[in-house]
Design a protein around this ligand. Sequence first.
Ligand code: EPU
Length: 433
Amino acid sequence: MSEPKGSSGAVPSERLEIGGGTPLRGRVTVSGSKNAALPQMAAAILTDGPLRLSNVPAIEDVETMCRLLRGLGARVDRSDGEVEIDAQGITMTEPNGDLARRMRASLLVLGPLLVSRGEASLPLPGGDDIGMRRVEQHLEGLRAMGAEVDEDEFGIRARATRLHGAHVQLDLPTVTGTENLMMAAARADGITVISNAAREPHVVDLALCLKAMGARISGAGGDRIVIEGVARLHPTEHQVRADYIEAGTFAMAAAATGGEILIDHLFCDDLDQVLHKLRRAGCEVEEGGAWLRISRRSGLRAVDMTTWPHPGFATDLQAQFVALMTQAEGVSTVSEALFENRFQHVEQLRRLGAEISLQGRSAVIRGGAPLRGAELNISDIRSGAALVIGALCAEGASSLTNVHHLDRGYEDLVGKLTGLGASLKLLPAGEQG
Ligand code: EPU
């Protein structure tokens, strides 16, 4: 098999050279959300005609989902921000193992395949190595709806002649778990109530997409979602919501470099908690609903932060916040409440000269230490974003390897940052910049 190729053309052997020290300035447009697009693509399995999605980001995880759905028998056409999926031809109920193991979101075909095809088999999903990433809430919910589910070290096998509505009380507000159960319930017999549901903007966007397909769903965005199953869902079109994680990443990059940027095509409300922290850290933030302007003219203040399910501070922005706090005056403590192992960026940021110590699930950052360019290795999407921010703040050049992780979740990150005045270059391994 050939090496996976990313949306910006990065292959695993490439490296990214970043020249630091330039404050970001200008305007950047946010792309569609990875974590909204992927479940909506899986939801196409629920209907017997085309689902046309627009504002789909050009990222590697979307390509992986396209290939996974094609492998099941769906027709998938992808062109310039749009994906059309016609699942009528799906006969397979077991996705290709190699594709499924590449990303956690492959798990999202479980509910749709089970309720529409009566069975599904999946290897245990892969994705970023940021914690145990258990799935028992997905499986217990499907069992409550009448499925027979077996799980072993190789994977998950689920069967059901029909699924029925149930009251599913989640132990924790799992995002993909809520999405899987919502999709299954949309075509189950009767009413399903999901309590302690995830409230992330992408959960709301999936509900909107399903409703456009004819599903009866209320309460998405709150912690109790009610779904009345319907016999069939119809073809439709839906625009994928803007990626607030991408927007937050740019906001922190601008704040860290002491720049000023306008971010547009987003929902500022999705970033409430993040913008609150940025203001407390001394940034100036102006919000216009679908755009925001962020600037930082004087020093940054150290601010503590703990990640939390939405509407708390998103774990997917924790690494970037740690990078930001390396530029603040004083000591800040950043705690990770969702994942056990999401501090891979810390060791790499230290290579740049950052003073950070790890204490259990907290990073203690002594801000203000001068950063100098270094050789860095990216281990996952968001750690990668944090290293990019660190490198942008450092004096001199940094060289980042395993750049393909960034391609999984950020559309044209290199192009967008270059457009804001940063100096970035993708180089084949071994070539000097
Ligand atoms: N958990 C369980 N049991 C379960 C499910 C989850 O214990 O059955 C635990 C997990 O182990 C974890 C916590 O609950 O400690 C949160 O996991 P969740 O299920 O909410 O995460 P996810 O659905 O696997 C999605 C995003 C992640 C994002 C998290 C949290 C997608 C495709 N992925 O993952 O995105 O970090 O929610 O918001 O939506 C990323 O984009 O970089 C990324 C990792």
